[in-house]
Design a protein around this ligand. Structure first.
Ligand code: NAD
Length: 257
């Protein structure tokens, strides 16, 4: 599978799943655009490392995915977008009646509305190029719920709905739109949830990982960023040309329960 000549933009890709997806797309030959809201030397260094390792063009573009205009500017600044991976995301854990309103707004903006803005900006470029792939990194929480994560779960269900709608609007074109629904992947986002979960459940770290986080993941193993990258590359392949408007779970059996 070669993605040579394609340009992939991956939002929120200076760590975790986004970086893993960017690396697998670059391994498959795509030029990549990394993104986050910071503009540090190490952000640009990540792009330089990918360019060197895989022999592709790799750039880092700063844009804050909580702001619609910056989401659209990211796509415009990249200049080309054959593959769009909407991955940027944050989390906050609290009961709904104590959930801070500003956290709700930020989660909806970054985890859901950003995908609307980037997709709206990217579709004209995909149409012009005559090919396109939109891959939204949703979650098992885009298909099921858990307590204390109201904003995240609302946003991820929204991402699944957005993916279906974009798929229908592009159904007669060589463009697909799908959502990948990971279970737990050990990344900084998950790492940051562990202290909150320990507090809410009054458990130590190992018990919270086994009994709370992986309790619904029957494989009892975290998924890896490489597996999510590989799934994204598959969705960009010719074999996946008729896969659109659906979800692919990478969750160790979570949603089979
Ligand atoms: P992470 O914290 O490692 O990565 C999140 C990325 O989003 C980072 O690059 C961060 O810089 C970026 N980001 C955050 N706010 C941003 C903003 N305002 N503008 C631009 N970028 C911003 O977390 P992760 O686990 O790699 O999560 C990536 C995606 O995968 C998220 O959408 C998350 O909901 C989803 N997901 C993660 C898991 C998991 O278990 N890790 C499971 C299911 C879904």
């Amino acid at each position: 599978m070669s993605l040579k000549g394609k340009t992939a933009i991956i939002t929120g890709s200076n760590s975790g799943i986004g970086l893993g997806v960017a690396r697998e797309l670059a391994r498959a030959g795509a030029d990549v655009v990394l993104n986050s809201f910071t503009d540090r030397d190490e952000d640009h260094a990540l792009a330089a490392e990918i360019a060197k390792e895989f022999g592709v063009t790799a750039r880092y573009i700063k844009a804050d995915m909580s702001k619609g205009a910056e989401c659209r500017a990211l796509i415009e600044q990249a200049g080309r977008c054959d593959i769009l991976v909407n991955n940027a995301g944050i989390q906050h854990v609290a009961p709904v009646d104590e959930f801070p309103a500003e956290k709700w707004d930020a989660i909806i903006a970054i985890n859901l509305s950003s995908a609307f803005h980037t997709t709206a900006a990217a579709l004209p470029m995909m149409r012009k190029a005559g090919w396109g792939r939109v891959v939204n990194i949703a979650s098992a929480h885009g298909l099921t719920a858990s307590p204390f994560k109201s904003a995240y779960i609302a946003a991820k269900h929204g991402v699944v709905g957005l993916s279906k709608t974009v798929a229908l609007e592009t159904a007669e074109e060589p463009i697909t739109c799908n959502a990948i629904c990971p279970g737990y992947v050990l990344t900084p986002l998950v790492e940051a949830q562990i202290p909150d979960q320990m507090k809410v459940h009054d458990m130590d770290r190992d018990t919270v990982i086994r009994e709370v986080m992986l309790t619904r993941q029957p494989s009892k193993e975290f998924a890896t960023v490489e597996q999510l990258g590989g799934t994204t590359v598959f969705l960009c392949s010719d074999a996946a040309a008729q896969i659109t408007g659906t979800t692919i779970s990478v969750d160790g059996g979570w949603t089979a329960l």
